[in-house]
Write a protein that binds this ligand. Structure first.
Ligand SMILES: [Zn+2]
Length: 256
């Protein structure tokens, strides 16, 4: 009797267990109907400012964009290589220009870029701020290039993310910044002399604004396909003096 039970038990264990389960589909189930999804804003990273504001522009955004991995700029003359310019060692190897022993960028440039960011709630992309002497020579080895205001922290090239094709809107915002100011600041004139841009630039006492179209002013720092805006500082309101290039101001510290 016990033997028979044991035999029955063994036989039961040897039976194969069913593999997986069957999925039963009801008659009226023809497919999945997607549920409408509500778009949600991405969760900001902890370092991002809250409330739709962009990250503030600081002088850090002006650091030289040179890099030792850039290929040399080879200048040809009469079909032969005349000279070649190598790029600088990059922002980790030298400082911003110095004033009174400290890194210095003209504060009005930082203020104006933050004004644009605040008014548009979009990010300003600085494509060229400070250029050290080596990087400037690499980009533009002409005599005119050697006295660029980029060397002394008095010039910036930029565009606005999301407004790449609307640079005139950005230029208007730059001019609006001065609307409550004294006459010589709130009044912008057009610069009608020949320059490297086809759109006559705008100037007040403090700044000079240029618009480079998508085909103009392309250089190693501005290899993007967008129009871009350049602001040069003409007048230092704090020191009450004209801003012009001087080799002393182009001095920056080398890091080991
Ligand atoms: Zn550099």
């Amino acid at each position: 009797m016990y033997l028979l039970l044991l035999l029955l038990l063994l036989t039961a264990c040897q039976q194969e267990a069913p593999r997986g389960e069957y999925i039963v589909r009801l008659e009226n189930e023809h497919g999945l109907i997607p549920v409408a999804q509500e778009p949600i804003a991405p969760t900001p990273y902890p370092w991002q400012p809250q409330g739709g504001e962009s990250r503030p522009i600081t002088k850090e955004y002006f650091r030289c964009k040179g890099s030792p991995i850039n290929p040399p700029n080879i200048i040809m003359k009469d079909g032969k290589e005349y000279t070649r310019y190598y790029d600088c060692q990059g922002l980790e190897k030298h400082s911003l220009p110095l004033r009174d022993g400290k890194e210095f960028v003209y504060p009005v440039l930082i203020t104006l870029l933050n004004h644009v960011q605040k008014a548009t709630e979009k990010n300003v992309v600085v494509t060229s701020g400070h250029r050290c002497i080596a990087h400037q020579a690499f980009i533009d080895p002409t005599p005119k290039g050697s006295s660029s205001k980029h060397l002394i922290g008095a010039e910036v090239d930029f565009f606005v993310q999301g407004l790449e094709e609307q640079p005139m809107r950005v230029i208007q915002l730059l001019m609006d910044y001065y609307k409550e100011d004294e006459k010589e600041y709130k009044t912008f004139q057009r610069f009608e002399k020949t320059s490297d841009v086809s759109t006559p630039p705008w100037l007040n006492k403090e700044i000079f604004i240029k618009l480079y179209k998508r085909t103009e002013g392309r250089n190693f720092d501005n290899r993007h396909p967008y129009p871009y805006i350049t602001i040069q500082v003409r007048f230092d309101r704090e020191k009450n003096e004209r801003v012009s290039f001087s080799p002393d101001q182009a001095h920056s510290l080398l890091r080991k």
